[in-house]
Write a protein that binds this ligand. Structure first.
Ligand code: 13P
Length: 255
């Protein structure tokens, strides 16, 4: 059985002290739930040290929001996998905001997935379609090609070392979440694509999250779908009550 994972992507929000307070409050609130649900906090880079300290001794894990694929070099402003190794366990790769505003492509996503795995970081690989692609009806093939590109030449052990997040761009930050049927359709199709690459045993081990306007009210409906293993949460991860509420619902989901 795949353990549910609820990951919070703070994006470019919170000051250092707000981040510390949020992390400490979440640790306090989630003492029991984090025994059954994997909880990951992905704050901005400058917070990794202080939020990491706040999480020490707890079951909550730390993640970064992106990284470069090179180990070092003249890449002003970038952060390398070597710098993250040992500092956090997870790294979000290929978020649609990175693809949209920072020119990330399927090719760089693939390089980053390989670099993360080479440095003992667990990538949360993001895929998702725009509204135009959804309306054109070609979203399943679009996402299949994103998944195939992201995992091109990537060798996996048992599948537990990567996560995939399906985040339809039209659902991010809009308050208009996908329906559970829409999310399950795409996530089921992602699992089929992963089966075609890695075989059933490994693909059945890979956790696939849904992201896009999730909250404590709608998380239940997604977790009732067989292929949806949790959520990558934006806005609702910035408030203790809403994020803890999601984790509490996940802990009660009986998986
Ligand atoms: P929202 O939950 O704010 O829609 O953001 C989703 C997201 O982009 C998480 O990575």
């Amino acid at each position: 059985m795949r353990r549910i994972c609820i990951a919070g992507n703070w994006k470019m929000n919170t000051t250092i002290s707000e981040g510390e307070q949020l992390a400490s409050a979440l640790v306090e609130r989630m003492k029991s739930q984090s025994a059954t649900v994997d909880v990951v906090l992905c704050p901005p880079f400058p917070h990794l040290q202080s939020v990491g300290k706040a999480l020490e001794g707890s079951a909550l894990a730390l993640g970064a929001q992106t990284m470069h694929f090179e180990e070092k070099g003249a890449y002003t402003g970038e952060v390398s996998p070597v710098m993250l190794e040992g500092l956090c366990r997870f790294v979000i790769i290929g978020h649609s905001e990175r693809r949209q505003y920072f020119a990330e492509t399927d090719a760089t996503v693939n390089q980053k997935v390989k670099a993360a795995l080479a440095h003992s970081l667990t990538p949360i690989v993001c895929v998702g379609e725009s509204l135009d692609i959804r309306h054109a009806g070609s979203f399943l093939s679009h996402i299949e090609s994103q998944v195939k590109a992201a995992f091109d030449g990537v060798t996996l052990g048992n599948g537990s070392e990567v996560l995939v997040a399906y985040e339809p761009i039209w659902a991010i930050g809009t308050g208009l979440a996908a329906s559970k049927e829409q999310a399950q359709e795409v996530i089921g199709s992602i699992r089929s694509t992963l089966k075609s690459i890695y075989g059933d045993a490994i693909a059945d081990f890979i956790r696939i999250l849904y992201g896009g306007s999730t909250n404590a009210e709608n998380i239940d409906s997604f977790l009732a779908e067989g292929d949806i293993d949790g959520a990558l949460v934006g806005g609702a991860s910035l408030k203790v009550d809403s994020f803890a509420g999601m984790v509490e619902k996940a802990a009660g989901a009986g998986r």
